[in-house]
Design a protein around this ligand. Sequence first.
Ligand SMILES: [Zn+2]
Length: 102
Amino acid sequence: MAEQWRAVVALTVTADSPLGRTVEAVDAVTAHLPPPETHARCAVCRTRPWPCGPFDTAARGLAALGVPVGYLVPLDLHPVLWPPAPATSDQQTLDMPGATDG
Ligand SMILES: [Zn+2]
């Protein structure tokens, strides 16, 4: 049976610190994540697609305060929130040592 919730950790921060003042938004972002191995549905708002409204509201609040939301979102969900941009012909490519031209 698949896990319904992602594992969480608790941190201690001073309540009146900039991060401490964001605790409600951090809690909301964390609570409104999809279960592990699921990217389409919030674990709380099960009938809505993810990112759900409460996640979006909390994430925008954090962003407005300068807190990077990506630090709170598991890496497997980053492509859902920030899809990779399509490659363009004027995009630089990495030079690979030993690669031959042409
Ligand atoms: Zn939700």
